[in-house]
Design a protein around this ligand. Structure first.
Ligand SMILES: *[C@@H]1O[C@H](CO)[C@@H](O)[C@H](O)[C@H]1NC(C)=O
Ligand SMILES: *[C@@H]1O[C@H](CO)[C@@H](O)[C@H](O)[C@H]1NC(C)=O
Ligand SMILES: *[C@@H]1O[C@H](CO)[C@@H](O)[C@H](O)[C@H]1NC(C)=O
Ligand SMILES: *[C@@H]1O[C@H](CO)[C@@H](O)[C@H](O)[C@H]1NC(C)=O
Ligand SMILES: *[C@@H]1O[C@H](CO)[C@@H](O)[C@H](O)[C@H]1NC(C)=O
Ligand SMILES: *[C@@H]1O[C@H](CO)[C@@H](O)[C@H](O)[C@H]1NC(C)=O
Length: 410
């Protein structure tokens, strides 16, 4: 009896450890935590966080972060660049390959060009965005932007942490001076989001937005952070007859339903699924949707439609615009399509809605007759039984706990 108790207790401990550790298993590394152990890199670490580069670094594998200490960072900050240019400069210090101390001293032929995250984001032009790494005489390893024609301004100082071959964090002696990365980036409020959309396959949505008061809501959000989910032209054109049937307020809400008043990069969306408020959200009528990973895809679900993110049209913090394959239909406007008698959605809820709420334009009465549910397969009600609320991690935890419990009761 005693033995069985002990075994059961041990099993319970092991299993609860498994449950506790499960959510971490997907996170291979955390650059913020790694650098937090080195106070002399606190400025570099701080700027990785405020530029959201930390999320991007954590998401990638086989990566090298070339950190500079606080003295090196004060040289950069002394240039009074905008936060967007600082982001470009720092992304130039993230190499898309693994260089531990050993590999740096064993580079084939003594020299290599490393692609950087700056180059990978498409902000760099031509051949800029690569870093020349050269193993010099006397064991010194030099680093320099390729655009500077072989001038190696910075040196390898030491290795801070190596997790082969996921992430290597090394110190280099100073910031790599790249005129391309430091170039001024347009202020977000000068960004013309509709012309960007029009130029990238979302002209129908952009043209419609320009005719609506919703445009002001989008523009007002740009400086504080804005994520837009733009239906591609085919999808939006097919939807136009239904759009025209909406009231003026309904039209505005429909358009605002495609914007979120915070910056959410793709990696942020991937790592934080749940309910998301929109520019149309207003206490009374909720106008929210659920973000959910589906394999490598990110989907947006209302009770009427599941749209998939098909591409990133632009990602320049604080603005990011994605393309989606379907028009998002809020149930508040199209509830007629929900019949017959939808099962009540369980309200046990995902974590992320509260702080998303920001502003609201006039309420949108759902008073227009909604159309018949069956004419467009893309608009068919999806997941009316609450499956959309499914939370994989919680499910694993719950089933394991149940298992432990049954074990203990043996
Ligand atoms: C490296 O990343 C992979 C995938 O994220 C992970 O499974 C593995 O445990 C990581 N390796 C180390 C040593 O952390
Ligand atoms: C990384 O670590 C920092 C500091 O410990 C923590 O605040 C942050 O939430 C972590 N990020 C992730 C994605 O776990
Ligand atoms: C190393 O140098 C040799 C001879 O110059 C060349 O053939 C080879 O491609 C180089 N290897 C790399 C990886 O650059
Ligand atoms: C890197 O710069 C050095 C000069 O400092 C040059 O000799 C070398 O060829 C460059 N490496 C590459 C791969 O372009
Ligand atoms: C943005 O470009 C569109 C044309 O696509 C134009 O009609 C609109 O006035 C521009 N908006 C601003 C704020 O410049
Ligand atoms: C628009 O509304 C009318 C009247 O309510 C309806 O007959 C028609 O089918 C609707 N058209 C579309 C495209 O939804």
């Amino acid at each position: 009896m005693q033995l069985r108790r002990d075994t059961a207790a041990a099993a319970a401990v092991v299993l609860s450890l498994v449950v506790v550790l499960l959510p971490c298993a997907t996170e291979a590394h955390n650059i913020t935590r790694i650098l937090a152990k080195f106070p002399e890199f606190s400025t570099f670490n701080h700027y990785l966080t405020v530029t959201h580069l930390a999320d991007e670094i954590n998401r990638r594998e086989t990566i090298t972060v070339c950190a500079v200490d606080n003295a090196g960072m004060s040289d950069l900050l002394g240039k009074h660049l905008s936060i967007y240019s600082i982001k470009n400069v720092l992304s130039f210090h993230v190499l898309l390959d693994y260089f531990g101390a050993k590999k740096l001293h064993q580079i084939t032929n003594g020299t290599a060009l490393a692609a950087t995250m700056f180059q990978a984001t498409g902000s760099a032009s031509g051949s800029s965005g690569f870093v020349n790494i050269t193993d010099q005489r006397g064991g010194k390893v030099g680093f320099g932007p390729e655009e500077n024609g072989g001038t190696l301004d910075a040196n390898f100082v030491k290795s801070l942490q190596e997790i082969p071959y996921n992430i290597s964090v090394i110190q280099i002696s100073k910031i790599l001076p790249s005129a391309t990365a430091e170039a001024p980036t347009p202020e977000p409020s000068q960004m013309n989001i509709t012309s960007l959309m029009s130029a990238h396959g979302c002209k129908a949505f952009a043209d419609t937005l320009l005719t609506s008061a919703a445009m002001t809501t989008f523009e007002d959000s740009i400086d504080g952070g804005l994520t837009v989910f733009c239906p591609m032209d085919d999808a939006f054109k097919a939807f136009l007859p239904k759009y025209k049937n909406l009231t003026v307020a309904g039209k505005q809400s429909l358009l605002e339903f495609h914007g979120v008043p915070v910056y959410e990069s793709l990696s942020m969306l991937k790592s934080s699924n749940g309910v998301m408020n929109t520019l149309a959200t207003d206490g009374a009528s909720k106008f929210d949707f659920t973000v959910q990973n589906d394999g490598e895809d990110v989907t947006l679900k209302t009770r009427l439609v599941t749209a998939k993110i098909t591409g990133t049209l632009i990602d320049k913090q604080p603005v990011v615009i994605f393309t989606i394959d379907k028009v998002l239909l809020p149930k508040e406007l199209f509830k007629g399509a929900l019949s017959p008698a939808p099962a009540p959605a369980p309200e046990a809820e995902a974590p992320k809605s509260s702080k998303k709420k920001k502003q609201k334009s006039p309420p949108a009465p759902a008073d227009t007759p909604a159309d018949s549910p069956s004419e467009d397969p893309a608009d068919q009600p999806a997941d009316l039984n609450g499956v959309e609320r499914f939370n994989g991690q919680r499910f694993v935890a719950v089933s394991l706990s149940a298992w432990v419990l049954s074990f203990l009761l043996l």
